[in-house]
Every structure is written in structure tokens, then in C-alpha cells.
Design a protein around this ligand. Structure first.
Ligand SMILES: CC(C)(COP(=O)(O)OP(=O)(O)OC[C@H]1O[C@@H](n2cnc3c(N)ncnc32)[C@H](O)[C@@H]1OP(=O)(O)O)[C@@H](O)C(=O)NCCC(=O)NCCS
Length: 279
């Protein structure tokens, strides 16, 4: 297999792979990955025909690897492992040997062979939430970005500037902040995709008593569509809020880490992960 860098000419192929495996990725997800790092996303080819992909995001202190897919007829021949090793070498060359990913249960043995270890379950929740506008919650504005980034960095441990600013530009209707006494206590973002709304990311830094209001306010924008979110099982307060608002568990993957896992902060202030790749 030849492995080469993914370009914008591969976006349709990338989205078609995710559709084939039932993920709700959209073109913008990959456009952002290419913007974040034009050299960090890879396509595997056999005889010039694309047959798989993998994406690597190096945040500096740690990296995230995801979107590993091999087309059906080429599976079971070591190509998934080869793509992973390529992505792992890439992030090592960028300066970090700490890597995380979210693994579907069936792929855990593959990642364990590559040195990843399970940390906790990464839950998938879904449901319809009773909508209710909150006076504490207001639309996010461009001028909030620097404050939000410092809140986000405190919980995530690295800068997600590109994803947060791009999410605000693309879906301002789903981008909100919760403000208490003039201070931003948290923020939530989302996007509509294939008939549901994905809530991601959502961070509550402070005043978690308003988390339920954030979710119910978000439901107003969702306009009756199902809300889906992912959250680590260690974020117990977040799970409590989801369950109280009627979301139910629909499955899980495994958050896995290779290298010094203490270098990654799995903060329970992260109420919804940014997507498996975005932590
Ligand atoms: C995961 C995937 C890329 C592996 O590709 P591959 O070329 O078959 O990988 P390899 O031959 O190097 O390794 C085979 C390993 O894949 C994993 N695997 C097998 N079937 C799988 C499935 N349906 N879904 C996910 N992983 C699977 C197993 O760990 C297997 O190892 P095992 O035989 O010891 O159990 C491929 O199965 C796939 O595209 N699955 C669908 C998308 C997906 O689940 N991606 C992973 C998200 S975390």
C-alpha cells in the first residue's frame, strides 16, 4: 500500500468512507482537519486507487488520531495497522509520543497491539430535550473567542482555536456561552448533521448548576431534532445532566492512550467531547 497526504481532492472519498461505516461526518470536518494541518491526514492507495485513510492531529503536548477506515474488501490484511503506524510516526516526528484516540470496541485489539491502553469508556448519548430559553445563556460572539479559548485550554490542555472559531463561523446558531456576573462560565457548540444535532464541544468551567439551562437552551435551537453528544464516563456531573434531561446511552467507544497518559487532562469540565478526534 502507498500512503500519501490527503488533499482537498480527497474530501469526497473521505466522507464516503465515513458514510459507509455509518458515521455522521460532514465535509467541513475534513476541511478543518486539512486546515489544522495540511500534512497530517493520509490516504492509503492500492494500484493508485484510494482504499483507506487515517487522520492525525498534533496539539503540541499530545496528539489525537482518528478516522481510521479501510474499505471492506481490503480489511484483515494489516492495512489498518500500517495506516496507524504511519500516523503515529508522523506525530512522533512532530514532537510528541503521547497519543489518544476513541476506539470502537471491535478495534481495541488492533490499537492494543500498537501500544494503546484503555483509559475509560467514551459514551454516546442521544435524545430529545425539553427546550427552554435561559437568561444566563446568550449567543457566542467573535469578541468572546479569546476568553473561550482560555476556558477551553484550561480543560482540554491545548489550543482548539481553529475548531472553535470555525464552528462559530459555520454554525453561529448553535454557539452559545453561559455568563455569570459578567464572566464566561462555559460554552456550547453544535452542528446539524443528517437529521440530528451534534452537541460538540461543550465545556463548563464554573457554575455547573447552570449546565441544565445550557442544554435546554441548546434544545431551542435544535428545534425538536434529536441531540447527540459524546462524553467520557468520568464526567459524572455531565452524565447526570444528560440523563436528567432525557438523553440515553446509545453505545460507547474506548478512550485509549499511548504514552504518558498524565500528560492529557481528562477534565470533567468537558461536558461534550469535540468529536472522537477533537478530544
Ligand atoms: C478498523 C479497521 C480500519 C481495521 O482495518 P484492517 O485493515 O482490517 O486492520 P488490520 O488488518 O491491521 O487489523 C485487524 C484488526 O481490526 C480490528 N477489527 C476487525 N473488525 C473490525 C470492525 N468491524 N470494526 C473495527 N475494527 C475491526 C480488530 O482489532 C482486528 O484485529 P483482530 O483480528 O486481532 O481482532 C477496519 O476494520 C475498518 O475500517 N472498520 C470500520 C471503521 C472503524 O471501525 N474504524 C475504527 C474506528 S476506532
Amino acid at each position: 500500500m502507498e500512503i500519501r497526504v490527503m488533499t482537498s481532492a480527497d474530501l469526497e472519498f473521505a466522507v464516503s468512507l465515513t458514510e459507509a461505516v455509518g458515521w455522521s461526518s460532514i465535509k467541513r470536518d475534513f476541511e478543518e482537519l486539512l486546515l489544522f494541518d495540511p500534512h497530517g491526514n493520509f490516504v492509503g492507495e492500492e494500484d493508485g486507487i484510494p482504499i483507506g485513510m487515517v487522520c492525525a492531529l498534533s496539539y503540541g503536548p499530545f496528539a489525537s488520531i482518528g478516522n481510521l477506515i479501510v474499505v471492506d474488501e481490503f480489511r484483515g490484511q494489516g492495512k489498518g495497522a500500517e495506516l496507524m503506524e504511519h500516523a503515529m510516526d508522523y506525530v512522533k516526528n512532530k514532537g510528541t509520543d503521547v497519543m489518544m484516540l476513541d476506539s470502537v470496541p471491535a478495534a481495541v485489539p488492533l490499537y492494543e497491539r500498537l501500544g494503546f491502553k484503555k483509559v475509560c469508556r467514551s459514551l454516546r448519548l442521544a435524545g430529545r430535550v425539553e427546550p427552554k430559553l435561559s437568561q444566563r445563556v446568550r449567543p457566542m460572539e467573535g469578541k468572546d473567542l479569546m476568553h473561550i479559548l482560555s476556558v477551553d485550554r484550561k480543560h482540554f490542555g491545548a489550543s482548539r482555536f481553529l475548531f472553535i472559531s470555525s464552528g462559530l463561523a459555520a454554525c453561529p446558531e448553535f454557539s452559545t456561552v453561559v455568563e455569570v456576573d459578567g464572566d464566561i462560565a462555559g460554552y456550547a457548540m453544535g452542528s446539524e448533521r443528517h437529521g440530528h444535532v451534534r452537541l460538540a464541544p461543550w465545556v463548563m468551567s464554573d457554575h455547573t448548576e447552570f449546565a441544565r439551562s445550557v442544554l435546554q437552551d441548546f434544545a431551542v435551537q435544535a428545534g425538536g431534532l434529536e441531540i447527540r453528544a459524546g462524553v467520557l464516563e468520568t464526567s459524572r456531573r455531565a452524565i447526570g445532566v444528560y440523563k436528567a434531561c432525557g438523553l440515553v446511552e446509545k453505545g460507547h467507544s474506548w478512550r485509549m492512550v499511548r504514552g504518558a497518559k498524565e500528560r492529557i487532562d481528562f477534565s470533567d469540565g468537558i461536558y461534550a467531547i469535540g468529536s472522537p478526534m477533537r478530544g
